[in-house]
Design a binder for this molecule. Sequence first.
Ligand code: BGC
Length: 346
Amino acid sequence: MKIKSLLAAGVTLAMLAGCGSSTPASDGAAEQPAEEGGEAAAEAKTYNVGVAIYQFDDNFMTLYRNEIEAYFKTKETDTVKYNVTIVDGKNDMAEQSNQVDNFITQGMDVIILNLVQTSSADAIIDKVVGAGIPLVLINREPLGTDGDESYAGILDNATVCYVGADARQSGTYQGEIIAELPDHGDINGDGKVSYVMIEGDPENIDAQYRTEFSIKALEDAGIEVECLDDQVGNWAQAKGQEIAANALTQYGDKVEVIFCNNDAMALGAAASITAANRTVGEDIYLVGVDALEECVEMVNNGTMTGTVLNDANGQAHKAVDVAIELLEGKSIQNYYWVDYVKVVKE
Ligand code: BGC
């Protein structure tokens, strides 16, 4: 009940305050019919939060952005409200750049940004910082970063940070999932693991690291590898399906493992594996990253060999918590890392 009335108050205040205003919404609230808690709500401050997502049509980022919105709601109190605006960059950097310009014009109090292109990080960070707006970068780590080292000094800024997961860890877990199988991925016993790699957006460090570190984990375990095919599927299910179908036609039984940089593409690959009359766990292995609900089910019923939890909720919560700290003028770290978790059948 309490939550309900808070939410109702939040919506009203957000509407009254309008975009770009972070002033107390006392005037409008006073016009509301008197109700329980109305007095406290009259003093509420509304913060305007701009969230720019690289593309709504992305399974993982959909979970992520929904959680950002839901978690901001849980952070509202009688005196603090968050007016959250989420926009779709449609995988177009020019479009996203305009959206950030609009956020600046609208006077957002904080911006959470999932870049379309990390190569544009400097330019975008510069303009947001120049406008005096704190910035939380998420999901796509600006290129050039290495662990805790700052990105060309830009993330040294007191009001800019990155919240993400270290993609090297997810790649390593994928490789380990295969290395830890009884046959170590060498189904046909020819002494090497012959694999197909289906990559995400090649500019994205997640794609680069997952591709590199999954294979490195096999090699580090002393396993010989052979790359049959390595193609870009841009994180998309349909592309994953197409690439896997072509590779299975071309290389047939030689394909022992299909590595996908994310679960969406693994879902596509799984469909092609079935269509090619192959059976995961018997004559082929399949791994992804994200631990989408449907993929965790597949791992449990054996139609996927394993996946790696990319903690959308954990990252969304961290991003929101840090955004709120920035709004409160608290000092922050420049990097926040959320762990990946290996997911295999129990
Ligand atoms: C996720 C992918 C997603 C990508 C978007 C990655 O961390 O694993 O599923 O498509 O982020 O940038």
